[in-house]
Ligand binder design. Structure first.
Ligand SMILES: *Cc1c(COP(=O)(O)O)cnc(C)c1O
Length: 478
């Protein structure tokens, strides 16, 4: 081997350490339920154990893995624990992690079709598959004027949708300083923080974001949207963009897309639908009610990296009119020029999101879909929903607890009838046991526990055990 490469890990060394690491991950998954779910390290504890400066001399791989065990693992909150019921899941699976590894090994940078045709074409193809799998409107298929792309996160998808909407509303003015009209954005008061962030990044301004009231199910009230749009129009402003949510983060509320879509149509507003968590449910025909009215949408996204067994990051984003999205994000330079791009026969995904470079994320998604098949994915989604519904029934039947809303899918919101302090004490006490992890929100300004079922390894016994712990804690509380 030539001297200049003597520092590299050889293929033989990689083979040995790689096999050992795959073993390590498999063993981790087998034993993850034995770890305290929530890491309890104090701030600074991890860094205190790390050397102040980087090593001058390279170290053997085994030393790194020893430090993973000793230093890193105690600082891990075990998102893959079957008793992780916090936030929303970020579930992973064997095929997805292997797809990720393959993507890293191929080391492809897919900014242009020409920089790796398979990276682009597999992505386009799998996103077309998903249009059928989720029964999304046909206009999102790449064979029409629309198409799909993988974004890192739903936050980026919402930002890109807003940039395309701004482009459509104000044409080339959008990218010229000083020419901006007062574009107005609407979302519900329960929408994810990423909508507000997108408004900030896109230069729309927080003052031009309207948080629309919700109904008793925490879903956007179309009449309130209508009133707000009318008011802004009368004030000479330019209503532009509505972000509706299918499965809000706080309570899983589902905005009524039909009536919201009709308003968008009437006033020519861009309708984006954020189904980050709940979109996965549409794999099952019986849950497709969540998408009633989606035919009105100009764009849509959901996160396979939440509930579809595909490790972070992977958000699928579709638009009905790809030309306007591309127009809002495309910048040409000589070094990016190539014949396939000029021919117009290919997608260059650099023009579909904010960064130039992009990873080969479609591999893991393709592996997941092929490993499980539609049937396998449906099975697990149904199971999660069934377990959450059963859990909600237990909560409802317990007179110390209150079920805050009837859960549409797999998120259960509940609180202690004795009030916020009792609910908070219940949550903190349970999380401190390390035997499960739940998080909270506020609904109607009242402290509320969220119990989110969606882990790859979560089985009925883990949900039962969580319920036993909750019940026992209620009994102990004064
Ligand atoms: C989780 C979530 C997001 C943000 O997801 P990222 O992919 O992390 O940006 C956006 N909207 C909703 C409704 C969510 O639940």
């Amino acid at each position: 081997m030539p001297d200049a490469t003597r520092y590299h890990m050889t293929p033989d060394e990689f083979r040995v350490h790689g096999h050992a690491l795959v073993d390590w991950i498999a063993r981790y998954w087998e034993r993850v339920e034995e770890y305290p779910v929530l890491s309890t390290v104090e701030p600074g504890r991890i860094r205190d154990q790390l050397p102040a400066t980087a090593p001058d001399e390279g170290e053997p791989f085994d030393r790194m893995m020893a430090d993973v065990r000793r230093i890193i693992l105690p600082g891990i909150t075990h998102w893959q624990s079957p008793s992780f019921f916090g936030f929303f899941p970020a579930n992973v699976s064997g095929p997805s992690v292997l797809g990720e590894l393959l993507s890293a090994g191929l080391g492809v940078q897919g900014m242009l079709w020409a920089t790796s045709p398979a990276c682009t074409e597999l992505e386009t193809h799998v996103l077309d598959w998903l249009v059928d799998m989720l029964d999304l409107p046909g206009k999102f298929k790449s064979t029409t004027a629309g198409g799909g792309v993988i974004q890192d996160t739903a936050s980026s998808a919402t930002l890109c949708a807003l940039l395309a909407a701004r482009e459509r509303a104000s044409g080339s003015q959008a990218n010229q300083a000083g020419a901006r009209r007062s574009l107005i954005v609407y979302t519900s008061s329960q929408a994810h923080s990423s909508v507000e962030k997108a408004v900030m990044i896109a230069g729309i301004g927080r003052d031009n974001l309207r948080l629309i009231e919700t109904d008793e199910h925490y879903a956007m009230r179309p009449d309130a949207l209508d009133t707000a749009v009318e008011r802004d129009r009368r004030a000479g402003l330019a209503p532009c963009f509505v972000s509706a949510t299918v499965g809000t983060t706080s309570s899983n509320a589902i905005d009524p897309l039909g009536p919201i879509g009709a308003i968008c149509q009437r006033y020519g507003l861009w309708l984006h639908v954020d189904a980050a968590m709940s979109g996965t449910a549409a794999l099952c025909p019986e849950f497709r009610f969540i998408h009633d009215g989606l035919e009105h949408a100009d764009s849509y996204c959901f996160n396979p990296h939440k509930w579809m067994f595909t490790n972070f990051d992977c958000d699928c984003f579709w638009v009905a009119d790809r030309a306007v999205l591309i127009r809002s994000l495309s910048v040409m330079r000589e070094y990016l020029d190539n014949e396939p791009t000029r021919s117009g026969a290919v997608f260059d995904y650099r023009d579909w999101h904010v960064p130039l470079g992009r990873r080969f994320r479609a591999l893991k998604l393709w592996f997941v879909i092929r490993h499980y098949g539609v049937k396998g994915l449906q099975h697990h989604v149904r199971e999660h929903v069934r377990l959450a519904q059963e859990f909600a029934g237990w909560v409802e039947a317990d007179d110390r607890l209150e079920l805050v809303v009837k859960p549409p899918l797999n998120l259960v919101c509940f609180r202690h009838r004795d009030g916020d302090d009792a609910t908070r004490a219940l949550l903190d006490g349970l999380n401190a046991t390390g035997k499960l992890y739940m998080t909270h929100t506020k609904l109607d300004d009242r402290f509320t526990i969220r119990f989110s079922v969606g882990g790859t390894l979560t089985e009925r016994r883990h949900v039962e055990q969580a319920w036993e712990l909750i019940r026992a804690a209620c009994e102990q509380s004064p």
